[in-house]
Design a protein around this ligand. Structure first.
Ligand SMILES: [Zn+2]
Length: 508
């Protein structure tokens, strides 16, 4: 360090002068932005404005028979953006959303007007209150609320729930609009519809949408963290976490994964028959293209077992033992004969050393029982885990023990058993890690034997078929971005005659 002011200090004072000069300008911009924001808010929360702007073409003056919503017209951009966002996020945006008038509409005011309204239940709101706010006559709204309640049974609609209305203004009663239909879809697979009959009474119907799986692929390129790159490419966060975890047994992310490297994940989404995604995607398989190799993982559930990830050879990605019992570390001394740094003579180094900052958590390399935990001569603060009758691991020079670590307790793979330190005979903070087989120390880095479960027996043929299928789909399945952006088939306000046979999903 020196006594001179650093260049960064000087530039800092220059910056603050510039800021002082611009402050009035920034302030003015802020005021304008606030004013504009206020205007937009008032507009959005005024249902009358929404009503006025949502004039739609009038039907033929005669029969009000099958009512067809204008959803079949080309969707405005806002709607398709919502679809891309998925079924749930879309709700937040909706508020009082409106469709632009059909360009084909006759500019002359029609004799009777139909228009759509999308309203949202506010805190403490009821459907009846909402209808009262838009001047629906008392008798109508009582009937509608009652019919809806019989469908919902004891269930209550949540605050923020979107209510879709098809309205009609009658020329003789311009201040008392009619509700032609009201629909609400509290779950993607369930829609409740109340619609007006010719005689002025209301009917209630429940529409069930079939939910079925759809396999899609997401391809991406590492730009920043692998997880963020996946989310940016359209994969759900949970699937990326699973993907990274499945890869982490085999891949050294720091050394092998560079920016720009490509990956593919295969997902199973759940989609309703009208195209709403109810589950953004469960990870089925994934592929990561590294500098020198490609690592592939396949989800598989062996008979009587749980879901796990396997490589295409049918070996579980999970090793019985972690490669390194720490997250961030550097191998500094290997197993074998060496000059001892303190004692000064040649001796067997019975383990491997990983250097890491003091306090770095040390993880149990495998599941087992604590055999020793405490000070142990030159080893300093030391933990020994017994994994099987034959196999044990030991961790030395810790600064302190992990929570609850004492002889006799069970530990799981990956549990924190202590923290890096420099206790005992040590020249600086590091972990000395030993692997014991049959009571003898062996090289931990050479222990690849029998450490993975493999698919076998009756499972093998099934695994191989599934693995071939997934590898093929990772190249050929439709891209998630394409299918998610596809607009759903046009809906009608008429519930299908038989709710058990809803519309067939559009092919992919
Ligand atoms: Zn050592």
């Amino acid at each position: 360090m020196t006594d001179f002011p650093s260049p960064s200090d000087r530039s800092k004072s220059a910056k603050s002068v510039a800021f002082a000069l611009f402050r009035p300008v920034l302030f003015a911009i802020g005021i304008i932005a606030l004013a504009l924001g206020g205007l937009v808010l008032t507009h959005r929360s005024n249902p009358e404005i929404a009503t006025a702007q949502k004039q739609l073409p009038a039907p033929p003056a005669t029969a009000p028979a099958p009512i067809v919503l204008v959803d079949s017209e080309p969707a405005p951009p806002v709607t398709s953006a919502e679809l891309k966002d998925g079924a749930f996020k879309g709700l937040e945006l909706k508020g009082f959303q409106m469709k632009p008038p059909d360009p084909a509409t006759d500019p002359e005011p029609p004799a009777s007007d139909r228009y759509e309204l999308t309203l949202r239940l506010e805190r403490g709101d009821t459907v009846e209150k909402m209808l009262a706010d838009i001047d629906v006559p008392d008798a109508d709204r009582k009937q509608i609320a009652e019919k809806l309640q019989t469908l919902l049974k004891k269930k209550k609609l949540a605050t923020g729930e979107t209510i879709e209305l098809l309205m009609q203004t009658m020329p003789e009663q311009p201040d008392a609009p009619r509700v032609l239909s009201l629909s609400v879809r509290p779950q993607p697979e369930r829609e409740y519809i109340v619609s007006r009959k010719d005689d002025g009474s209301y009917d209630a119907e429940e529409k069930i949408y079939k939910v079925s799986p759809r396999i899609v692929r997401v391809e991406g390129e590492r730009d920043g963290s692998l997880q963020q790159s996946g989310i940016k490419a359209g994969a759900p966060s949970a699937a990326m976490v699973e993907f990274i975890r499945a890869m982490s047994y085999d891949v050294d992310f720091q050394r092998e994964l560079k920016q720009g490297q490509k990956f593919t994940v295969l997902l199973e989404q759940l989609v309703t028959s009208d195209g709403l995604v109810t589950h953004p995607g469960r990870l089925l398989a994934g592929e990561l293209r590294l500098l020198k190799r490609t690592v592939t993982v396949i989800r598989f559930r062996p008979q009587g077992g749980a879901d796990g990830f396997y490589n295409p050879q049918g070996e579980s990605v999970v090793r019985s033992f972690l490669r390194t019992p720490m997250d961030a570390s550097k191998l500094t001394s290997r197993f074998g004969m060496r000059e001892h740094p303190i004692l000064g003579f040649s001796a067997l180094h019975a383990g491997v050393d990983f250097s890491a900052a003091s306090g770095t958590p040390i993880l149990a390399a495998g599941t087992g029982k604590v055999a020793m935990a405490g000070y142990n001569g030159g080893y300093g603060l030391y933990v020994k885990l017994q994994h099987t009758q034959d196999v044990a691991t030991a961790y030395a020079h810790m600064s302190r023990l992990g929570p609850g670590i004492k002889p006799g307790v069970s530990v799981r793979q990956g549990q924190v058993i202590g923290f890096v330190g420099s206790t005992g005979m040590s020249t600086g903070p590091h972990l000395h890690y030993e692997f014991h087989r049959g009571g003898r120390a062996v090289n931990p880095l050479a222990q690849k034997f029998a450490m993975r479960a493999t698919v076998g027996g009756k499972d093998l043929a099934r695994f191989q078929a599934l693995s071939r299928q997934y590898l093929n789909q990772m190249k050929n399945a439709p891209a998630a971005a394409d299918v998610n952006a596809k607009p759903p088939p046009p809906k009608t306000s008429q519930a299908p005659k038989d709710p058990a046979t809803p519309q067939v999903a559009r092919g992919d």
